[in-house]
Design a protein. Structure first.
Length: 292
């Protein structure tokens, strides 16, 4: 079976067009035959004719046949233009530019190949045309589609969905970041207020501690001055002083723990610790002096 070098779909389209052309060609031949038959039926009623009569009959027949053939050729030309219009319209839908080579229309080898193809398709085995090949017109553009374009559209839709998902994620993250920022700002303000209150309390505790240490120092000095007068009173005062010192040490330890817990990274904590260390040294010195 002869082939046109096309894929199956396009070859089926070519077969449909050849079938249409064969039908039109048959109608044209029937019209020409009817012209001759009409002449025979209407004019050839006598046995002899003069030259002028024969000439007149042939001129009339020529005029009729010429008109019929010319009309059919014109119609064929217009039909081919409509066919090209459909093909070009489909190509333009996909932004393609088709080109034709008019010189190939008179290529004898190609014309013989088409003739052989028509012969093999319609006359060699007298096979009937398949119902799938009979199409009154080209398939609509929006029902065919291009596989490549469909894939591109699908990819773009998928990418669009990914971008939408990413945008929603970014929006969620931005909202969460703004909320976190607001919380951090509020926490910072609260911390600053707490630090201000803690600094005030620390200063107050240090002042109170200094006053108590100063009072204790005065009491110890008074005890030393009165030691020669009343040994018993001194011993009692010494016991009391020891209890006070233990209590004070316990208070100092508790205060140190609280201060260390609250202000381990503050300068006030370090200053207070230094003061406590000095005061402890002074108390130790007083104890050594009392022991002596």
């Amino acid at each position: 079976q002869a082939e046109l070098g096309l894929n199956e779909h396009h070859q089926n389209e070519a077969i449909s067009y050849i079938r249409f052309a064969r039908f039109k060609r048959g109608l044209c031949l029937k019209t020409v035959d009817s012209c001759f038959q009409d002449l025979k039926d209407s004019r050839l009623v006598e046995e002899t004719f003069t030259v002028d009569e024969v000439t007149d009959m042939l001129d009339g027949l020529q005029t009729v046949v010429h008109s019929e053939v010319e009309s059919e050729l014109i119609n064929t030309t217009y039909t081919n233009v409509l066919l090209l219009r459909q093909l070009f319209a489909q190509a333009e839908k996909w932004y393609l530019k088709l080109q034709t080579d008019i010189s190939e229309l008179e290529n004898r080898e190609l014309l013989e190949q088409v003739a052989e193809f028509e012969k093999s398709e319609f006359t060699s085995s007298n096979k009937k045309p398949s119902a799938d090949l009979i199409k009154p017109k080209l398939a609509p553009i929006n029902e065919g589609g291009s596989e490549l374009l469909n894939k591109a559209v699908a990819c773009l839709q998928e990418e669009n969905e990914k971008l939408k998902t990413r945008l929603r994620t970014i929006e969620t993250q931005a909202t969460a970041a703004l909320d976190e920022k607001s919380k951090l700002e509020k926490s910072l303000k609260d911390l600053q207020m707490i630090q201000g209150d803690q600094k005030t309390n620390v200063n107050k505790d240090i002042t109170e501690l200094e006053n108590r240490v100063a009072a204790l120092k005065c009491q110890l000095e008074k005890t030393l001055n009165d030691s020669t007068a009343n040994q018993k009173s001194l011993e009692e005062n010494l016991v009391t002083t020891k209890h006070d010192l233990l209590k004070l040490q316990d208070q100092l330890s508790t205060a140190e723990k609280e201060l260390e817990k609250k202000f381990q990274q503050t300068a006030a904590y370090r200053n207070m610790k230094e003061i406590l260390t000095k005061k402890n040294e002074q108390i130790k010195d007083l104890r050594r002096r009392l022991s002596k």
